[in-house]
Design a protein around this ligand. Structure first.
Ligand code: ATP
Ligand code: ZN
Length: 304
């Protein structure tokens, strides 16, 4: 294949996301939480950005790295597993890197794992020497085998990898695992983790040299804010000044709290952004330590 063509200049940013599947809805929801909204085309493959010049292209997840490499899209939301597999594939073919991970997005979590038949006792990768490994991730599997100095045969399957041992196509599998239920249903057990994956925002290796650079920076700043507050809550309460030293240790996950004096009283009002779970238990602990008027508020947006 010839090298990627030079990226045509554009005055709108184009983001590829999965059309349907595990990453489709969370990707849209995350981008919407960054203040983006779209008008959908009739064929539902393209969404025209309304609040900002940021459009969506709805595609199969496997196509996303290639669309970035070819400059058809500027950014994409895709599993790290797909991104690294295709990067490994390009490197194997002597092509230069053409995309990279810009941010981990905190959803679509799974692991790429080697799984062996339930009956096997496992004592390490060397056990795979001369065996057949069924996988949809040949580059990542080959890299891992090479790292471990194991000579095994990689059998490429595009789907239903987990039934390959039963069908006699392979001895073991290397596949994505989240709960492990699919493996268990096929009498397989996971033994080695090759990759910890989640959905990521991917982009080209170079920088944009037109207005897309500013749009991408704006989006990344909003994304960082959105990711930071995803599980955060604003906690507010009042307390007597002398109780502060016993209350602050109960807020280990809070950013430096804002402490305000209440006019004409000895009390203080506190406001703290907590990044961990604010449970009932925690509120009760704070109350016991002297906090009054405890209030927990959702955080809608944040710009550091
Ligand atoms: P498409 O039609 O877009 O090609 P697909 O069938 O390849 O869809 P999905 O099954 O929706 O894709 O998976 C998309 C991504 O979700 C995977 O690449 C992976 O990053 C992530 N994922 C999270 N958990 C799992 C899991 N248990 N099995 C497979 N993928 C998972
Ligand atoms: Zn796919």
């Amino acid at each position: 294949m010839s090298p990627a063509p030079p990226v045509a200049s554009r005055d709108r940013l184009r983001i590829a996301i999965q059309k349907s599947g595990r990453l489709a809805e969370p990707a849209r929801a995350l981008l919407a939480s960054c203040g983006l909204s779209w008008r959908e085309s009739r064929d539902r493959l393209f969404c025209y950005g309304e609040t900002l010049p940021v459009d969506l292209l709805l595609v199969r997840d496997d196509d996303i790295p290639g669309l970035i490499a070819d400059g058809v899209c500027d950014l994409g939301v895709v599993g790290r597993n797909v991104l690294l597999e295709q990067d490994g594939d390009r490197r194997g073919a002597g092509k230069p890197a053409a995309f990279r991970e810009l941010r981990a997005l905190g959803f679509g979590g799974c692991r790429l794992m080697v799984a062996v038949p339930d009956g096997w006792s496992w004592d390490g990768p060397a056990q795979l020497a001369g065996k057949r490994i069924a996988t949809s991730y040949p580059a990542l599997t080959a890299q891992w085998l090479a790292r471990n100095g194991v000579d095994a045969q990689v059998v490429l399957l595009s789907g239903s990898v987990e039934i390959a041992p039963k069908l006699g196509q392979a001895d073991v599998v290397c596949d994505l695992v989240s709960s492990g239920a699919t493996l268990a249903a096929n009498q397989l057990k996971p033994v080695e983790t090759l990759l910890q994956s989640e959905a990521v925002l991917a982009g080209p290796v170079g920088e944009f040299d037109d207005v897309r650079g500013e749009l991408a920076d704006l989006l990344l700043r909003r994304l960082d804010g959105a990711l930071r507050i995803k599980h955060s809550k604003l906690l507010m309460f009042q307390a007597s000044r002398e109780l502060l030293p016993s209350l602050l240790p109960l807020l280990p996950d809070a950013e430096a709290p804002t402490v305000m004096r209440i006019d004409g009283e000895d009390g203080l009002a506190l406001q703290a952004l907590c990044h961990g779970a604010v449970t009932w238990q925690r509120l009760e602990d704070l109350k016991r330590a002297g906090a009054r008027g405890l209030m927990v508020l959702p955080v809608e947006g944040m710009l550091a």
